[in-house]
Design a binder for this molecule. Structure first.
Ligand SMILES: Nc1ncnc2c1ncn2[C@@H]1O[C@H](COP(=O)(O)OP(=O)(O)OP(=O)(O)O)[C@@H](O)[C@H]1O
Length: 394
């Protein structure tokens, strides 16, 4: 067994979202114009209407559309710390889009390095107000934005949007392969612009043929969450800045979107449950100590296989390669990588060690997505997300 005490210096800057999202859902298609943004907005608003705290980050820097679809073109306010920014609010969700940061209708030309830098800042510096779900409206293609997302804000899973045309399916496969190569799980498909319902006789017209996405989903063994019809009012609502599900809550298409939203959170919660390592801290006798992990503790499929409470002020970690570490809680607190504790630009430590009590403990440790943990410390601090690579590094 390898047992090490952790030192206190974070060695790299780590992502921070202020308040964190428990589940991050990327909505993607390699092909443009298939309705990613439309679905993202309507699914996010549908979940918010059911009482969930939902955020939407428009990761499409070249063609941001959330600003128009949500009808809020305000400039965002700065956040509490330098370089941070507060999300805007519209129709019950929090959101931010490049469309709120650039003026005029001219598209901005972003080179690869700029996309990485800008998107990383979006992911790190938006101070969300304690989200349950964060939707990422991904740009089309398989370029820099995907890689940056997988590195900086790894999604719990990806919802793949397609249309029934064959061309779209070929692109779909390309996009899925890119996410798979980056170890981001695919949640399933939604087929958009699937069919047309005649306004007068309610006849269903499968304009592009029937069942192609269903067949693909079956072949690849991913669920098809639903098929959304071509609905002129979906388009008109987006242009007006009022999401379709708000303007037409009782329509059949809103019901379809509602069922997709339900299935989506089931799937994403299942994914997150795979990583159900979260630990409630209990009060132990100060002499009590369990240096070995409990035999009956559930193990995850993640790089961090299990966490356990060693003592009142020590956390045990076991990695999938068998390495174990015991980290002092105070050392963990001092290594917090959040924007309040580390200057994100210079990497300089902002946390004064003298302000951290010697007898600090934890109240709980949550797993975030499939990539990190968020410890809740007894001094009330809980905004740091320790990614697995960072945890191993400190
Ligand atoms: N089910 C639908 N019925 C009718 N119109 C739709 C539907 N879904 C999307 N649209 C319309 O299709 C157009 C493209 O949709 P959207 O912008 O959501 O696609 P996208 O995949 O996000 O595009 P991009 O690749 O440019 O980001 C928009 O005008 C939108 O209103």
């Amino acid at each position: 067994m390898v047992e090490r005490q952790v030192d206190t210096q974070p060695k790299s800057q780590q992502p921070n979202r202020g308040g964190k999202a428990r589940r991050v859902i990327a909505v993607h298609s390699a092909k443009g114009g298939v309705g990613k943004s439309t679905l993202c907005v309507n699914l996010a608003v549908t979940l918010a209407r059911r009482g969930l705290r939902v955020g939407l980050l428009d990761a499409d820097l070249h063609g941001p559309s959330a600003t128009i679809m949500l009808g809020n073109a305000e400039w965002p306010d700065p956040g509490p710390d330098e370089n941070t920014i507060l999300p805007l609010r519209a129709h019950g969700i929090q959101f931010l889009s490049m469309g709120n940061l650039v003026t005029g209708k001219t598209p901005v030309i972003w080179r690869g390095a700029m996309v990485h830098q800008m998107l990383s800042q979006f992911y790190r510096n938006v101070i969300w107000d304690d989200l349950d779900y964060l939707f990422l409206d991904m740009p089309p293609g398989t370029g820099d934005a995907l890689l940056t997302t997988a590195q900086v804000e790894p999604p719990t899973g990806v919802l793949v949007v397609t249309t029934p045309q064959e061309l779209s399916l070929v692109d779909t496969l390309r996009g899925m392969r890119a996410f798979r190569d980056m170890n981001v799980p695919i949640l399933g498909f939604v087929e958009n612009m699937s069919y047309l319902i005649c306004g007068s006789c309610s006849h269903r017209d499968d304009l592009f043929g029937e069942g192609s996405t269903e067949a693909l989903a079956e072949e690849l063994d991913y669920p098809l969450l639903g098929s959304v019809p071509i609905e002129p009012e979906i388009c008109a609502s987006s242009d007006r800045g009022t999401p379709f599900v708000i303007g037409h809550p009782d329509s059949e298409s809103s019901a379809v979107l509602g069922r997709i939203a339900e299935r989506l959170i089931e799937l994403v919660d299942e994914r997150a449950a795979d990583s159900a390592l979260s630990l409630e801290w209990r009060e132990m006798d100060w002499l009590e100590r369990s240096p070995e992990p409990p035999e009956d503790a559930p193990k995850s499929e993640l790089p961090l296989q299990l966490m356990w409470q060693v003592s009142n002020d020590e956390l045990g970690l076991m990695w999938s390669d068998g390495e174990r570490r015991i980290i002092g809680v105070r050392n963990l607190r001092l290594a917090c990588p959040c924007a309040r504790c580390v200057d994100e630009v210079t990497g300089k430590k902002l946390l004064d060690p003298l302000t951290v009590p010697d007898d600090i403990t934890l109240t709980k440790v949550e797993v975030v997505g499939r990539y990190g943990i968020a410890p809740h410390f007894s001094d009330g601090h809980h905004t740091g997300i320790f990614t697995f690579p960072y945890l191993r590094e400190i």
